[in-house]
Design a protein around this ligand. Structure first.
Ligand code: ZN
Length: 263
């Protein structure tokens, strides 16, 4: 599943190529033919990301809503147009580039009501300047669920996926099983700011880089994590343990991230 930085990066790129231009829209696979016909030839005003959702606004008021889910993928290429690879649900083409989206969980046209209800369902997005983290903090502080679950729940706060979850909690010395209601404002603030910092690096580098000393290797950044997928904690050299929370594996160091008992 792509984490929030991937979707924000796509939104920036797609905004650059489609924003202000007329866009040809088709559904080579055929499963979005009617929707594509409604958008075809319209001018795209802006492309934005809200959490892991990609939103294309068109000047006629239509909104194309994409969520990649676990298996969706986006391919962009410069014209001339290439043959569609695999089952392309929707193809967007302007004068210079084409974008193909395969296998999204959601590919639909939203009206104003649909868009505002989507925005209400999604928690504040760590990568958006207009985000109100207090909305997330309120939910977390009332919750008996673990922070490992809450931080990845897109209706609580948006953008963080499985790898960032592990890394942020380790960097901020928070045990993933700590209950939401046991976290104070200062800790929540630290988690929020670290998430924003790391995801912003992810957008710039197009890779998950959570190690402060990470250097360019071979001209590009590679994924570079502290304890995700590792066996030894880089801070205390203790053994990294694993848990499953929300169906995904989280790595932690029990020594650097002590579990504070709740009463
Ligand atoms: Zn450690």
């Amino acid at each position: 599943m792509p984490e929030g930085h991937t979707i924000h990066r796509a939104a920036l790129e797609h905004n650059k190529i489609f924003g202000g231009h007329s866009v040809g829209v088709t559904s080579p696979q055929g499963r979005f033919t009617d929707g594509a016909a409604r958008l075809d030839g319209q001018t795209c005003s802006v492309v934005e990301a809200i959490g892991k959702h990609l939103i294309y606004h068109f000047e006629n008021g239509s909104v194309l809503h994409i969520h990649l889910g676990l298996f969706g993928r986006i391919r962009k290429h410069k014209l001339p147009l290439r043959t569609a690879r695999g089952a392309v649900r929707v193809r967007l083409v302007c004068a210079t580039h084409a974008v193909d989206i395969n296998g999204p969980t959601i590919c639909e046209i939203l009206d104003d009501h649909g868009l505002s209800s989507l925005k209400q369902r999604i928690g504040p997005d760590v990568l958006r300047r207009d985000a109100e983290p207090i909305r997330a903090f309120r939910k977390i502080k009332k919750s008996r669920r673990s922070i490992g679950c809450l931080i990845m729940d897109q209706s609580v706060m948006a953008g963080i996926g499985n790898i960032y979850r592990t890394e942020i909690l380790w960097r901020e010395s928070v045990h993933p099983l700590t209950l939401g209601r046991d976290l104070d404002d200062a800790t929540l603030e630290r988690l929020w700011l670290d998430a924003r910092k790391l995801l912003e690096i992810g957008v710039r580098r197009n890779a998950i880089v959570t190690v402060d000393s990470a250097k360019l290797s071979g001209g590009r950044y590679r994924e570079n994590t502290n304890i995700f997928g590792k066996e030894v904690c880089p801070s205390c050299e203790g053994v990294v343990s694993q848990l499953e929370i929300s169906g995904r594996r989280v790595y932690l160091c029990d020594k650097c991230q002590p579990l504070v008992d709740s009463d």
